[in-house]
Design a protein around this ligand. Structure first.
Ligand SMILES: [Ca+2]
Ligand SMILES: [Ca+2]
Length: 160
């Protein structure tokens, strides 16, 4: 599973009694090393790696949607008392998928076209990955999800 920014941050030890010989500034250089590692492996590379696992021919579309979900602003989880609130656990997955689908289906024709997918990808990932990578990701996602080969993703194909 893709862990985003997950990385090991060394915990600061409070047991300094035997550490008197440690030169000051050591932790700063460790911090610097962590930053350097991160800049060597920018998020764009991680995103691309998440899509293109070694030996994998196609993109797993549900994973693709989950990866993209990391780039959506989190919905505020407000609890409004008094307003009608029906959790509908059985349908919640479908509701979420419909909501996500509408984000992609810009013209509302019930299908996500290659252009629409590319638009969303560009908005979500445009700062992190190259145009070439965006097109490659869109191409693979369509290939994987498009079961009836009309070069677009219907809701039925989307929720598979
Ligand atoms: Ca559309
Ligand atoms: Ca299709």
């Amino acid at each position: 599973m893709w862990t985003g920014f997950g990385r090991n941050i060394p915990s600061l030890s409070s047991e300094n009694s035997s550490n008197e010989l440690t030169p000051p500034g050591r932790n700063e250089s460790e911090d610097f090393e962590a930053v350097r590692q991160l800049s060597k492996n920018p998020i764009g590379d991680r995103i691309v790696a998440a899509f293109f696992l070694p030996g994998q021919e196609t993109v797993d579309f549900p994973s693709f949607v989950r990866v993209l979900a990391h780039f959506r602003p989190k919905e505020k989880n407000r609890t409004r008392e008094g307003t009608q609130q029906e959790p509908e656990p059985a349908n919640s997955r479908n509701q979420k998928l419909k909501f996500a689908f509408r984000l992609y289906d810009r013209d509302g024709d019930g299908k996500i076209s290659r252009v629409e997918l590319l638009q969303v990808l560009r908005e979500m990932l445009g700062m992190q990955v190259t145009e070439e990578q965006l097109q490659s990701i869109a191409e693979r996602a369509i290939q994987e999800a498009d079961l009836d080969k009309d070069d677009a993703i219907s809701f039925d194909e989307f929720r598979k």
